[in-house]
Design a protein around this ligand. Structure first.
Ligand code: GTP
Ligand code: MN
Ligand code: MN
Length: 437
């Protein structure tokens, strides 16, 4: 009966990639709590913390596809990914009865969580490093900076230096400005190239933790060499602060079999994780500072000409204002009432810079793999995970950001567009805005 339910009701299909998952839905308070618990489970690093985390995430994804607000426990009773989960049901019940989850609030207040989220908020600092620092008794960014034995990596040093900037969500306007700047350079380097802003912004989000760009060229091979030249050009213009370049590790096997990419979320494309210097004049109204702006500052900010027009972005712009943007942690943003890790940081880092630091990812894909790369880098992560799971279990195929491999017929399947990939997988096409699980 449950299987039939799945067939009849698009909102209760077995795999998240079979459901329509919009960005905005009526069950935000439930999904925020579940995703907080997902994060907390990951931070805990216990034996099965990965699978516990995934269970919370799947439950959240199931609720995101519901068009109606949950009013009573029975509303979620039959949902895939929830019906077997006593813990998730308990959390939902708690919120239904009290308006909040006591478990979530308890974790948020704990020293353990506050410390872990402070350290994992440092770019380049993962969960195990954070846990190690906590264990060493470090409690603040100053403690980390003051410790001589840590041997901080290049990315961690940047992560500490730009802690507030990098924990401030990137706005759509900022992302557009960066997109224009990048497109302009790429067009000069290799005419006819495409630069697509993928990730959360392509799915319709208003803010993101970074900006993701997929660069390609319709003629296979012409994409080669673009990344290095692009990074040089942006650096020369003073727009890049940090780059972490990963060379392509694509082999014939990874493309044809989709191997390891199905287990691992990392793909094999040439890519760069970077820190971009966004001129402050390029920031339009930020709601969190607009109340402090004067008319003069407003007009200064309005003057900005996007780089796509005749003037090129340069660093000798007049700082629009000296107002520090209050650090707003991404965690805080999704979890309402928490004290943000950045509030724990006493020092404000506004040092009179004329720019703010923003995370930007670049990935380069050749034309033949473009559709798969686009699908992979559009996300969401959960959407990709469910689509790969579905592909494997239902179609007996492997899907990765490089290609699709049919294990029954032992052959790889080509696709030029995302629509073709959905068709090969016998899935109804979902535009990016419906992949927000
Ligand atoms: P925010 O940046 O937080 O707004 O969300 P996002 O969905 O853009 O997340 P993120 O920038 O982390 O990743 C964007 C998409 O690229 C997601 O779907 C990820 O799964 C995907 N992605 C990130 N890194 C890799 C990678 O190494 N390989 C593949 N295939 N995909 C990746
Ligand atoms: Mn992103
Ligand atoms: Mn990214």
């Amino acid at each position: 009966a449950l299987e039939e339910d799945g067939e009849d009701k698009p909102k209760n299909r077995r795999f998240a990639c079979q459901r329509i998952t919009p960005l905005n839905h009526p069950n935000q308070k439930f999904t925020e709590a579940l995703e907080f618990l997902e994060k907390a489970a990951e931070l805990r690093m216990g034996d099965n913390s990965r699978s516990r985390a995934l269970a919370f995430r799947k439950a959240s994804a199931a609720l995101k596809a519901l068009p109606e607000e949950i009013k009573k426990p029975e509303d979620v009773e039959n949902l895939y990914d929830i019906r077997g989960g006593a813990h998730c049901k308990g959390v939902i019940l708690d919120i239904l009865e009290n308006g909040y989850s006591a478990e979530v609030e308890g974790i948020k207040r704990s020293d353990w969580y506050q410390n872990m989220s402070l350290f994992t908020g440092i770019y380049g600092c993962g969960i195990s490093t954070s846990a190690k620092w906590c264990q060493m008794g470090l409690r603040s960014l100053d403690d980390v900076k003051g410790s001589y034995i840590l041997n901080l990596t290049r990315s961690q040093l940047k992560g500490i230096e730009y802690y507030n900037d990098l924990n401030t969500p990137v706005t759509k306007e900022e992302a557009k400005w960066i997109h224009d700047a990048v497109s302009q350079e790429v067009a000069a380097i290799q005419p006819g190239s495409t630069v697509v802003m993928t990730g959360g912004f392509l799915r319709g989000k208003d803010t993101g933790h970074d900006v993701d760009f997929l660069i390609s060229h319709p003629e296979e091979g012409k994409e080669k060499g673009i990344l290095g030249t692009l990074l040089q050009a942006l650096t020369k213009k003073g727009l890049l602060d940090y780059t972490d370049i990963q060379n392509s590790t694509v082999t014939k096997t990874t493309v044809q079999t989709g191997m390891d990419a199905s287990r691992n979320t990392m793909d094999h494309y040439e890519r760069c994780f970077s820190i971009f210097r966004l001129p402050k004049t390029a920031q339009s109204h930020r709601s969190d500072e607009s109340s402090e702006r004067t008319v003069a500052e407003d007009s200064a900010a309005m003057d900005v000409v996007p780089p796509a027009s005749e003037s090129s972005p340069s660093m000798d712009v007049t700082p629009a204002n000296g107002t520090a943007i209050p650090g707003l942690s991404l965690l805080e943003k999704t979890n309402g009432s928490t004290t943000s890790p950045s509030e724990i940081v006493q020092k404000t880092e506004d040092s009179g810079r004329s720019w703010v630091a923003r995370r930007v990812d670049f990935v380069i894909a050749p034309a033949g793999q473009y559709a798969f790369a686009l699908l992979g880098w559009t996300g969401s992560k959960m959407f990709n995970r469910s689509m790969r799971d579905y592909t494997n279990k239902v179609m007996n195929m492997n899907l990765s950001s490089h290609g699709l491999f049919d294990k029954t017929n032992n052959c790889s399947l080509q696709a030029k567009t995302e629509e073709e990939i959905f068709e090969l997988l016998k899935l109804d096409y979902k535009p990016p805005e419906e992949r927000n699980c």
